[in-house]
Design a protein around this ligand. Structure first.
Ligand SMILES: NC(=O)c1ccc[n+]([C@@H]2O[C@H](COP(=O)([O-])OP(=O)(O)OC[C@H]3O[C@@H](n4cnc5c(N)ncnc54)[C@H](O)[C@@H]3O)[C@@H](O)[C@H]2O)c1
Length: 501
């Protein structure tokens, strides 16, 4: 029997290590080879925390500049989540959607029609089979490829796109294993193309507000963050976690025992703390609760067991990881998508001068906080939230991130998770237009995604600390944070074009 079916991934890790298997840069699947997560996970590195040496001839991309362009031409693969990116791209005047791709012909045609209606130009359509994307990325008139497919496709699609000279934007995961994350870093450095993940949660209104305050020293010395992706995704009969469209997502609950969706929370806290630029993840310790969610959902909705009948759900419902950073800070990262509780991303940042907590938003400000943003006459104490509700809303509006101030009006119209999808897309594409490094680099993509594998490894080994690989290969020690928010005094926002909006 396949040990993965019994949840015993460790046997495969050993097998993979013994066989010296590697999934190198050149290993792009042939037209017949559909990537299989269970197979990929067999190839996980034995020494998960080790730094892979930089291949000769490659160089870092953390401050990569490319040729500035007036127009950015994009191709989008995977047109469920990808619809949000189509909507955003057609609302951005310096972006042209040149091609769309999905296995499902009707999805590709529908999105091509959205583009035609909005811009008057019909994009090329690639559909009908799972390798149609290869023809799309081979075009010579595409600058950026969006990858919004199931995760197992991300690495092959991204590497091929970069090899062919495109920047690759990936939907919140860049690798199923630490090995795959290294492959993505190596490809980005080899081909000198950007490969960020599309971590839209870094562009939420609250998150940008906190980042704005943090960059102005409002929180003092940072010590601790808490974040999560807690989202009851069990769904309803006919559209549940057990139905056809969710097969690839559910499969990870049969393969892994850790945090199945780490980047929404971890990305945000990493940006607050400057992880990868001044600080770095050092090790992670992970624990998991028992599993009830999917098994009980199956008993309730599919007593005949249907398509999931042979699946054994090995992942505990609540995954909790503590990450320690090189500067000694701590971060709690949680995941649970099968329990009855309200959505939360946690979003807590604690420093010596203030603490922000999200869901609902609250801000505690130390009596000695010297920030010029505060009214010196205001009475404060450290035992209660200084601002919450309407009072906090007012303070947030007054201190809104400059990026958001400019984009909020458009973003609300375009939509997509309250506008944050558009803010992110606009910002990423505008960075490519200017030829500067986007706010998230391939090193961020790799270190945030790697928690998938690292948390699993920790749980399987009795919650031992697992060394965090340093994808910057020491670069974090000297790198300065990117100007997602320029340090005050804020330079002009002229890089957001207004004339044609
Ligand atoms: N950032 C966010 O808020 C957010 C929200 C939802 C999903 N996501 C991410 O988006 C990605 C897709 O998630 P989803 O929920 O849309 O998945 P989905 O399974 O609902 O849709 C995936 C789409 O990709 C297509 N596809 C699959 N393999 C393909 C291939 N080889 N070539 C072309 N098309 C292919 C499918 O036909 C389908 O239309 C994932 O990475 C997920 O994590 C992010």
């Amino acid at each position: 029997m396949d040990p993965l079916e019994t949840g015993n991934r460790r046997d495969f890790l050993k097998l993979g290590a013994l066989a010296g298997l590697g999934f190198g840069l050149g290993a792009i699947p042939s037209a017949e080879a559909k990537p299989d997560p269970a197979q990929v996970m067999r190839r996980a590195a034995a020494d998960i925390g080790a730094t892979r040496p930089r291949p000769a001839g490659s160089k870092p991309v953390w401050d990569l500049t490319t040729k500035a362009m007036e127009k950015i031409r994009v191709g989008i693969i995977g047109l469920n989540r990808g619809r949000a990116h189509v909507a955003s791209c057609v609302a951005t005047p310096f972006v042209e959607v040149v091609a769309v791709c999905d296995i499902l012909d009707e999805r590709a045609k529908a999105q091509a029609e959205v583009v035609r209606k909005k811009t008057g130009q019909m994009p090329a359509i690639y559909s009908g089979d799972e390798n149609a994307w290869e023809k799309m990325v081979a075009r010579d008139d595409i600058d950026v490829v969006y990858v919004a497919t199931p995760w197992e496709w991300h690495k092959p699609m991204a590497i091929r796109a970069m090899e062919l000279g495109k920047h690759a934007f990936l939907e919140v995961n860049c690798g199923l294993t630490v090995d795959e994350c290294w492959d993505i870093v190596d490809a980005s450095e080899k081909y000198q193309r950007h490969c960020p993940i599309l971590e839209n949660c870094c562009y939420g209104e609250e998150e940008l507000f906190v980042l704005n305050l943090q960059r102005q020293g409002f929180f003092g010395d940072l010590k601790h963050g808490e974040c999560a992706y807690i989202h009851d995704q069990r769904g309803k009969p006919g559209a549940s976690f057990l139905d056809a469209g969710r097969d690839w997502r559910r499969r990870y609950s049969t393969l892994l025992q850790g945090n199945l969706y780490p980047t929404h929370g971890l990305g945000t806290i990493s940006q607050y703390m400057g992880v990868g630029r001044g600080d770095a993840f050092k090790y992670a310790v992970s624990v998991s609760s028992p599993e009830f969610g999917l098994s009980q959902l199956r008993e309730r909705l599919k007593p005949d067991r249907d398509r999931s009948k042979d699946e054994k759900f090995v992942n505990g419902d609540m995954s909790t990881t503590i990450v320690k950073t090189e500067l000694g800070r701590t971060i709690v990262v949680q995941h649970d998508n099968t329990s009855p509780r309200p959505y939360t991303r946690g979003n807590l940042l604690s420093g010596s001068l203030a603490t922000f907590a999200g869901y609902p938003n609250r801000l505690a400000i130390d009596v000695d906080n010297p920030s010029s943003l505060l009214d010196p006459k205001e009475k404060r104490n450290s035992h209660s939230w200084t601002y919450e509700g309407e009072k906090l809303k007012k303070f947030m509006t007054a201190n809104m991130h400059p990026l958001l101030k400019k984009l909020m009006v458009d973003a609300k119209k375009v939509g997509g998770h309250g506008g944050m999808d558009h803010v992110m897309n606009y910002r990423f594409l505008d960075c490519i237009r200017q030829g500067i490094t986007p706010d998230m680099t391939v090193y961020d993509a790799a270190s945030w995604s790697a928690l998938l594998d690292l948390s699993d490894r920790s749980v399987r080994d009795g919650s031992i600390p697992v060394t965090y690989p340093d994808f910057t290969r020491g670069g974090w020690k000297t790198l300065k944070p990117l100007p997602i928010i320029p340090n005050p005094p804020f330079p002009s926002l002229s890089y957001f074009p207004t004339a044609n909006r």
